[in-house]
Design a binder for this molecule. Sequence first.
Ligand code: PCG
Length: 759
Amino acid sequence: MEEVQLEQLERWVIRGTRRAKQRLDPASAAGAGAAGKNGRKTSLSRWKFCVHADKRQMLQELTRSLQQRPAQAHVLWELAACICQAVAADGFRLFLADRASPEVLAQYLGLDSSEGGEPKVQRLSSEGAHGAEVPTGPAHVARTKEPLRLSRAEPDPRFPHAFHANSDCTHVLYQPVVQPDGQLAAVLELWRREPGPPFHEEDEEIASSYLVWGGIALHYAQLYVSMNKQRTLNDFLLAVVKSIFQDMVSIDALVMKIMNFAQRLVDADRASLFLVDSKTKELYARIFDVGVSDVVENAGELVDEAGAKQPSSREIRFPLGTGIAGQVALTGEILNIDDAYSDPRFNRMVDQLTGYHTQSILCMPIFIRGVVIGVVQMVNKHVGTFTKEDEEAFETFAVYCGLALHHAKLYDKIARSEQKYRVALEVLSYHNTCSEDEVEKMHAQGIPDSIPGVDDYYFSVFALDDYEKARHAIFMFQDLFGLSRFDTDSVIRFTLTVKKNYRRVPYHNWTHGFAVANSMYSIIKHAPGVFSPNECLALFIAALCHDLDHRGKNNKFMLETESPLAAIYSTSTMEHHHFNQTVTILQQKGHNIFSKLSNSEYKQVLGLMKHCILATDLAVFFPNRAKVNQLLADNSFNWNSSSHRLLLQAITMTASDLSASAKPWELQVETVKVIFEEFYEQGDAERANGLQPIPMMDRNQPDQQASSQVGFLTGICLPCYTLMDQLIPSTRPMLEQCKANLKRWQEIDESTRLKEQKT
Ligand SMILES: Nc1nc2c(ncn2[C@@H]2O[C@@H]3COP(=O)(O)O[C@H]3[C@H]2O)c(=O)[nH]1
């Protein structure tokens, strides 16, 4: 616009249009050219200076009206008024073309000021519907997309009814309004009365030239309208997505909102949502008749006067495959039907039931993971029938409807399984907590003030029954921490419930849990001041609980057999579970032994306990050992560093966990017996699962025991107690006994080999 004169641009466009016409239809273009030569001068200069020659002004006016009301019909109306003035016509009529069937014209009557500026149109059809006569001139121009000039004095035999006897117009010019894509947008009719001159080719040119500019305005009008529409749509979709994530509870309201918007978007009279009942292979109305004031939501129920929901006797439900909706549900394909009653698939039953008259239908499937779960139906477009554009817009909404429903289903599922989980937990907690009788009994019996020898590194746990072990555990707790900061009943209850939550497996049972707690007690007792009181608390309770609910199978087994536990925790699977079990017990009524701790202390102790229980995974020991070794080699172990202290706690946990290897020989042998029994049970289970157990777990290779013990003590236990000896020298008896046990295992291994060589 800055580089080129308006008139120059105009000439180019007109010439360009002519050339295109010539290419399409050389004969008629040559004829038109000849007529031009024989007729009056066709120079544009003649009208250039007339009323609206300043098209800049016209464009400005059009732009202004566009901003106020960017509807295409209105822009055309404004343009027609300009042309009418420019060619000095006495009046005009504007016929709008239907994009789907351009030969169907509707007369645009401008804006109705009585209805707040609503556009008024009168539909015309070839039969002259609504009493309106079809003017044959516009119909002809709509077909040919060529201008047409008629005069009363020179009747054209093709249009015998062009001039009414009672109308005073004597000359008419019909001008097609064609869009850049070649689609007919409208036909403009201009007329003159006596004594006005007939229209000439020059008038056509003037009109064409205006239409060039009008085309630009129209183009922008459409861009503006679609941009606005898109913005509204985007805003709405964003709101929908937000709602899906934010107010999960009001999903019904959300679906309703989506339906309402979709209905307005495609200008439908009613909208409904049907869902597939996969059990009965039926469709039923979930939301029916959006668009009327008393929408029936969940058509299986109706709301009575008092507001109570009552089952409806007229629930809308029909078999899959019946009707348009049923067809869409069955095939998963969109159906856009102009006249429902002339479609054999239409199910008239619903109209009979509701008394409503269905005309046009736009029906769309809703998919969840490729399966049709329902259909959305838009009924009766207010003007005309549903277009391709409606289909496209509607498709987006169907996707969002699906998304909302999918979320609703998932949410419902989650809510239900949460309830189920709670019920299961309730049942479990009843069976997995100790009885009040047991608490009472322990209470009545009392906790001894001292138990000689219990803090000895070589203390034997085998002499005690399960109940006595619990009593000893409570004693050790009381001895380490006193009972002033703790509720005695909670400590008793907690210990008895921990006992109950160890399974009856050969090795990882209550005896082992108790033995590890006892070793931890001995370490703490022999090293006063090494650990802080809260560290002691975490270490002792972690040791007592460190194998809660162990199933006698290791982490590798859990992973290989795809246990749900391994799905939750891919590393340190069982250790995470042991810690979770500990927390679960603490949360049971009357079990929170830490209830008197301050919030920050509680948090600290629980955090340390988690660290300590996770440290019993031997996979964690190796890197820990390397780190501590390095610190000791560098002489940089810092007792005030919290990370160094965490490392020390982790090694102390391992030392307690493996303490059977540091017990006198008879106790070591007794423990190894049950360890191997458990290993063999795992080996059996692996075999049953089609896996080959490692030799140590293969009950057909019992000769492996001594050599495995040599390996285990050399590779893990000795390094652990050596570290402990360096960090806490009072633990030396553990190291010494471990060395002695290793020697015995080496001897046995040696003799086993000799026996093997002999046979
Ligand atoms: N071979 C062997 N393994 C042991 C012995 N004591 C403990 N373990 C293993 O060391 C592991 C330490 O962590 P877990 O208690 O989970 O499981 C234990 C056993 O798998 C033992 O005396 N011999």
